[in-house]
Write a protein that binds this ligand. Sequence first.
Ligand SMILES: Nc1ncnc2c1ncn2[C@@H]1O[C@H](COP(=O)(O)OP(=O)(O)OP(=O)(O)O)[C@@H](O)[C@H]1O
Length: 235
Amino acid sequence: MLLDIKNIDVLYDDFQVIWDVSINVDNGEMVALLGPNGSGKSTILNTISNLVSHKNGSIHFKNNLISEIPTFKRTELGISHVLERRRVFPYLTVMQNLILGAWHPKAKEELSGSLSKVYKIFPKLESRSSQLAHTMSGGEQQMLAIARGLMGLPKLLMVDEPFLGLSPLVVKDLIKIFKNVVSEGISILFVEQNVRLALSMADRGYVLESGRLVISGKSNELINNEKVKKVFLGS
Ligand SMILES: Nc1ncnc2c1ncn2[C@@H]1O[C@H](COP(=O)(O)OP(=O)(O)OP(=O)(O)O)[C@@H](O)[C@H]1O
């Protein structure tokens, strides 16, 4: 098991938003975290990268207990987190953004190989390598944010709402890219509000409601689940 979260609670001050959640991701799996606004999806990703800490329970990554270790160490271990709203460094070039993704020693060592790989996956970024990030389109900035995440040599790539505000064509491109990334042995855990879209690409999904896990399973089971159909698919 690559990532194994067991029975975690998360509180903002004394307000509890995650209740007894357990989630796991295996090597080479694509897993979707689903649920309505405010159900706690981003909080879970933020907890995995330790932007927020958890109470009770445990988080293991590659069999190491990581519950107490800081964010930068988690990145070095192989967790890349692409935050919501594609936060790139706006006044740096595409290439400078990518280089910053390879900040830890192992990633620095592999920098030129990683750049070639990433440019192969995202050819547009190569042709725009000296363009300032803020002048790229929304879709291009999302590609850049994901590419920067890959520069850190992750085993687990976490992406928060990757498709938000993107055109159907860009979404289609991004789905292909996700599949390529997974075929390279990198696992993806992503947050998505569009349940139909998420289940069409993920191997498995977890559904959160008000901070509690309510349903989980393989995508083909979830898509036929009566509750999922009624509440999320409108049928
Ligand atoms: N920094 C914070 N301080 C206090 N409460 C917060 C904070 N961040 C999130 N929350 C609360 O935690 C709950 C879960 O929020 P979270 O952003 O994780 O949900 P989400 O499922 O990702 O929502 P969305 O789909 O709208 O992004 C919400 O009630 C939210 O108001």
